[in-house]
Design a protein around this ligand. Structure first.
Ligand code: SAM
Length: 294
């Protein structure tokens, strides 16, 4: 006999409580944490390493990594500063913190703490570098957050953030079809507009505008395209669940998941199929670094 689950799916269940959008987003990342960048698909690793290189993080520096997640920026930063430096990671998702702290247990110059990256509680001027990997567009007021982060830098210190860059025409067609294929299976979105905020943040002037507004100077950007390979549609779905955008899937009731997966497989076949089998996605990403004057 087939069991039909009538209760609402994970994300929707959380949305119906009064915890507020920030706690709901923290919950999504908390549920993503065990598999985040652990499904065998490279995605946030390359931009994490590239951000540390682009920011020129060097031996002995003091680094604050906001929204550290599983440490895609934090660990390359820890390697760059070495034991004479310090790296503090901040994240509001407890499982992200726990797993990253465990992985850093042999690096005494690394500390992982809880807190809201939007209001980091540190002394002004106490860091050489502040980093934020794929999190600035999640802030409720990104301009105010960037201004606060700039105050944490010593004069001459650097702020370095990564964001997605504009999709190619092929990428836009894929996302449009993917969203349209999933939509009939989803319950309504309690966080209307979060995805379009992420897309808006991909405009070249979005981050540089925030940096200019915080009186940062010497703004430089670099772009990279990350190629991700998926042996099967199941691998794609598993990877999708490992990201913050799992919240799109958490709005699909369990009894509709099978049909939703079939609809997504059809979209993958149309857009991402490789001649040798499996699927390949290419994601343009952007790194932006600027300096506090002085
Ligand atoms: C897309 S992940 C990026 C993680 C990591 N920086 C990387 O590049 O792989 C965003 C991370 O920021 C954290 N985060 C988002 N908003 C936050 C906030 N207001 N305060 C603290 N952490 C936050 C999430 O829990 C998640 O771990």
């Amino acid at each position: 006999m087939r069991t039909v689950r009538n209760h609402p799916p994970t994300y929707y269940r959380h949305a119906m409580t009064d915890v507020g959008p920030k706690a709901r987003i923290a919950g999504v990342f908390d549920r993503a944490a065990p598999t985040y960048e652990q499904t065998g698909v490279e995605f946030f690793g390359p931009p994490g390493r590239a951000l540390v290189a682009h920011a020129g993080i060097a031996t002995g520096e003091r680094v604050l990594d906001l929204g550290c997640g599983r440490g895609n920026v934090l660990f390359p930063a820890a390697a760059a500063v070495g034991p004479t430096g310090t790296v503090i990671g901040v994240d509001f998702a407890p499982t992200m913190r726990q797993l990253t702290a465990e992985a850093a247990k042999d690096l005494p110059w690394v500390r992982v703490t809880s807190g809201d990256a939007e209001f980091p509680a540190f002394r002004p001027g106490s860091f050489d570098v502040v980093t934020g990997g794929f999190m600035v567009f999640l802030m409720s007021d990104p301009a105010a957050a960037v201004a606060r982060w700039a105050h944490l830098l010593r004069p001459g210190g650097r702020l370095a953030v990564s964001t997605f860059a504009e999709s190619t025409a092929a990428g836009q067609a894929f996302y449009a079809d993917r969203n349209a294929a999933l939509a009939p299976f989803q319950l309504p979105d309690p966080e209307q507009g979060l995805e379009s905020k992420e897309v808006g943040a991909a405009q070249p002037a979005w981050v540089t505008g925030l940096f200019d507004g915080a009186y940062l100077t010497d703004v430089t950007t670099a772009e990279l395209t990350v190629r991700s390979e998926f042996p099967s549609a199941d691998a794609y779905w598993t990877w999708w669940l490992s990201l913050g955008s799992r919240r799109l899937l958490e709005r699909v009731p369990a009894r509709r998941e099978e049909a939703a997966r079939a609809a997504i497989t059809a979209v993958l076949d149309k857009h991402l199929r490789r001649p040798g089998g499996g699927y390949r996605a290419e994601t343009p990403m952007r790194l932006t670094v600027a300096r506090r004057p002085g």
